[in-house]
Design a protein around this ligand. Structure first.
Ligand SMILES: *[C@@H]1O[C@H](CO)[C@@H](O)[C@H](O)[C@H]1NC(C)=O
Ligand SMILES: *[C@@H]1O[C@H](CO)[C@@H](O)[C@H](O)[C@H]1NC(C)=O
Ligand SMILES: *[C@@H]1O[C@H](CO)[C@@H](O)[C@H](O)[C@H]1NC(C)=O
Length: 443
């Protein structure tokens, strides 16, 4: 092909740019929320904030947020937290704001719990998750907001949760423990480049939200800290979780949608959830769906997940009385090292909010694809227990290799009430899967 020189150059440049893009571009869902430029900036120190680790900064944070909420500057406002340790009680965020933590900034929850605000239970749970009645408000809270960013230079939000964990252990809690960060009924949220530490309960809890991005976060809590889930998208849609490290005492990411009769009545599913390039460690699950899934969970993709020292690698969990449809869940490209179980899909997990649940409200689980999994030092390969009156269907496994602990015994599979298909799975899975036709499994 003979082209005028300038065209050749154009083609070359196009080709070059395309190849560079192919090498360097990374798949991402983080563009579901666009980052707004905010020219209005204030600092928590303008409102009397002192980062000496002892002064209580509740008034400063609340006054700064009040100012943002009521002055409503065009494009929103950045609330800057300079280096230092800012002790505070819980506070609310407002719309069109960025909470920016500088390098070395720590927002630290007080351990004086006397004034901790109580709020109403979530309608889809009917009560607090741990105890009947209301629940403590999250340390950093947002209700009915849009266009909120929590970011910075990897500053820390520290829940100082040990006082709460001890109350849980000693059974002296009166209400359900607070999450570290919770957004209720909110949209267009970005949480990035922040370290979350020692949450009293779940770390990041978007509930009844849409368009949420959580990226470049580190979430840390001791392995024995109770219920310190990493990120729990709950009755929320279009949630993008990427490029993060989570090591806590409970599930790293757990997609939820309400609890038994309350969740069924509220009827708000979680859907469009992407989890990508996540690394972590936990005595419970890496990628979890459930166990509260009464509003349904659909269209979840988790890929490029690296898990170390785990309870269960991939755990889909529900129960009789939950109802809810769990459908079109794909988990792919998983490396798991040192785990009790590689894969668990079970219909007998988790308790009930009260005695009013309907035992005939059976969950439906179908269209679960798990592929390209490599596991080493995995004690049991897989456990799949469907429900007799609602067997799990279209469970598709492919290209899965689990290697056992040291010794001759290879990790085994155990299944009941499940239909599906397996292709290139080692050790060979249960007959319920391996003897089926592909059906709707697109392998
Ligand atoms: C914070 O938000 C909660 C829940 O919306 C509300 O009950 C509470 O009054 C708010 N607190 C302040 C200080 O604005
Ligand atoms: C903050 O942490 C993220 C993820 O761990 C990392 O990619 C980023 O480079 C860090 N940023 C700064 C400013 O240190
Ligand atoms: C299944 O979920 C994926 C996201 O993981 C989505 O892209 C796809 O469209 C869904 N399929 C159907 C049939 O809804």
């Amino acid at each position: 092909m003979l082209l005028p020189p300038f065209l050749t150059l154009t083609f070359l440049l196009l080709f070059f740019n395309a190849s560079v893009a192919a090498i360097y571009s990374t798949t991402t869902c983080s563009n579901i929320v666009s980052l707004r430029y905010r020219s209005d900036r204030i600092s928590v120190t303008d409102f009397g904030g002192v980062g000496d680790g002892r002064t209580l900064n509740t008034k400063a944070f609340r006054a700064a947020v009040y100012r943002i909420q009521h002055l409503r500057r065009r494009g929103g406002t950045v609330l800057y937290v300079p280096p230092g340790v800012y002790l505070t009680e819980s506070f609310n965020l407002t719309s069109h704001m960025t909470l920016y933590l500088a390098a070395g900034a720590v927002i630290k929850a007080t351990q004086e719990l006397g004034n901790w605000p109580l709020i109403a239970p979530l309608p889809s749970y009917g009560r607090g998750r741990e105890l009947p009645g209301g629940r403590y408000m999250s340390f950093i809270h947002g209700d009915g907001l849009s266009d909120v960013v929590i970011t910075g230079e990897n500053g820390t939000i520290d829940g100082q949760g040990d006082v709460w964990w001890n109350m849980w252990r000693q059974r002296t809690l009166q209400f359900t423990r607070p999450n570290l960060v919770e957004f209720v009924n909110s949209q267009d949220i970005i949480i990035s480049n922040v370290i979350f530490k020692n949450s009293p309960f779940w770390n990041i809890h978007p509930v009844y939200c849409s368009n949420v991005v959580v990226r470049y976060v580190t979430i840390l809590a001791p392995r024995d800290s109770p219920n310190t889930d990493g990120i729990d998208p709950d009755s929320s849609s279009n949630v993008c979780i990427e490029d993060s490290y989570i090591s806590t005492g409970d599930d790293l990411v757990a997609v939820k949608s309400g609890w038994d009769e309350y969740g069924i009545a509220y009827g708000r599913p979680s859907y469009g959830i992407t989890i990508r390039r996540l690394t972590g460690s936990s005595p419970f699950a890496g990628i979890a769906i459930g166990s509260e899934t009464s509003g349904g969970v659909e269209n979840v993709l988790a890929e490029h997940i690296n898990l170390f020292n785990m309870g269960v690698g991939i755990h889909i969990k529900t129960n009789s009385g939950r109802g809810g449809l769990i459908k079109n869940i794909t988990v792919a490209h998983v490396y798991v090292e040192n785990a009790r179980q590689g894969i668990k899909i079970a219909g007998d997990v988790g308790g009930h909010p009260d005695e009013k649940f309907n035992p005939n409200a059976l969950p439906v689980v179908k269209g679960i694809t798990i592929k390209n999994v490599w596991g080493v030092r995995v004690n049991q390969a897989g456990l799949i227990h469907g429900l007799r009156n609602s067997p799990f269907t279209d469970v598709c496994l492919s290209n899965i290799n689990f290697h056992g602990m040291r010794g001759p015994r290879s990790p085994s599979w155990k299944c009941s009430d499940v239909f599906g298909f397996a292709h290139q799975v080692s050790p060979w899975p249960c007959s319920q899967l391996s003897s089926q036709e592909p059906g709707s499994c697109a392998i």
